[in-house]
Design a protein. Structure first.
Length: 135
């Protein structure tokens, strides 16, 4: 079982979800202002069955889409209580903070960036997981 303030490992039952454009405004930099990071691969996880979480995930997906190599939305059976950005290589620590800044202040607190332990480093550098708590 994961601690309440830690993001769980991706659930085996995570299911890809289609992005839905949103008209929500954000305090994050616009696509025109943000640096393009075509080396980033971002997976956004949100609580399965939560329409509000899915809407927020879709908004972030639309925001990151033009700026990254790949961004995907995934439903998860369990999500952390705090918004989290996970990275898999020590050299991505600064980029994880850049991603947090690009995403802007989440409604449920501030982004918590965290390195994943070495067994999870099979992902290429520039890979991130964004975990959204239940709104």
């Amino acid at each position: 079982a994961s601690k309440p303030d830690e993001a769980p490992a991706p659930a085996a039952a995570a299911v890809p979800s289609a992005a839905v454009p949103s008209t929500d405004e954000s305090s994050a930099p616009s696509a025109a202002e943000a640096p393009v990071r075509k080396d980033w691969q971002v997976d956004i996880y949100y609580q399965s069955g939560s329409q509000a979480a899915e809407t927020e995930a879709a908004r972030l997906t639309a925001q990151l889409g033009p700026l990254t190599q790949r961004v995907s939305m995934w439903q998860a059976n369990a999500v952390p209580h705090l918004p989290a950005i996970l990275y898999f290589h020590p050299e991505d620590a600064a980029a994880a903070q850049d991603l947090a800044n690009l995403l802007g202040q989440p409604a449920s607190g501030e982004w918590h960036t965290r390195a994943m332990p070495p067994p999870r480093t099979r992902r290429p550098p520039g890979s991130f997981e964004v975990w959204l708590p239940v709104p």
